[in-house]
Design a protein around this ligand. Sequence first.
Ligand SMILES: [Zn+2]
Length: 151
Amino acid sequence: MNSKLPYKKVKIKLKDFEHDKKYKKYKQLYGICNEGKGENEIWINKKLSNFPTDTIELTKLHELVHVRRQEAHEDGNGPYEEDVVELEAISRAKKKSLNMSQEIFKDFLTHTFKLNNKGKKVKIRLYPDKPEDLKEIHKKIKHILSYKYSK
Ligand SMILES: [Zn+2]
C-alpha cells in the first residue's frame, strides 16, 4: 500500500471557476481532480480557496459560544478552551458553512444511537440548544480532545 501522496504525478492549478464560463459547472466545488489533457491535474477553486466558507458563520458561532460558556460559567482558558469552543461551534454550524472535515466532526458530535422501545438501535440527532443534548455533545468533545491533551 502506498501511503504517500502523488505530488510528483499531479499538477495543482488554481482556476477561476467563478468568472470563466468554461468552468461554471465547477463553481460550487473546492476542487476537482483528473482534469487537464493528461488527466493529471487538480484544479482548485481560486475563490473558495481564498477564504474558506467557514470563516464568517463559524467565527460568529465561535464568539457566541464563548459568551454562552462565560455566562454558564463553563469557560476555562487557554488552547483547550479554544478547542472546546470551536468544536461546539462546529456542532451548531449549518453544513453548508463547513468544509468536509468539519462536517465529519459535526456528524460525530450531533449523531448518536439510542435503543427504541422495541430494543432496536436507532440513530438520533442531538441538538445543541437542548441542555441534555449539549451535555452529550460535550462528552464527545472531551473524548476528541483527550487525544490531543492527554499526557
Ligand atoms: Zn476563541
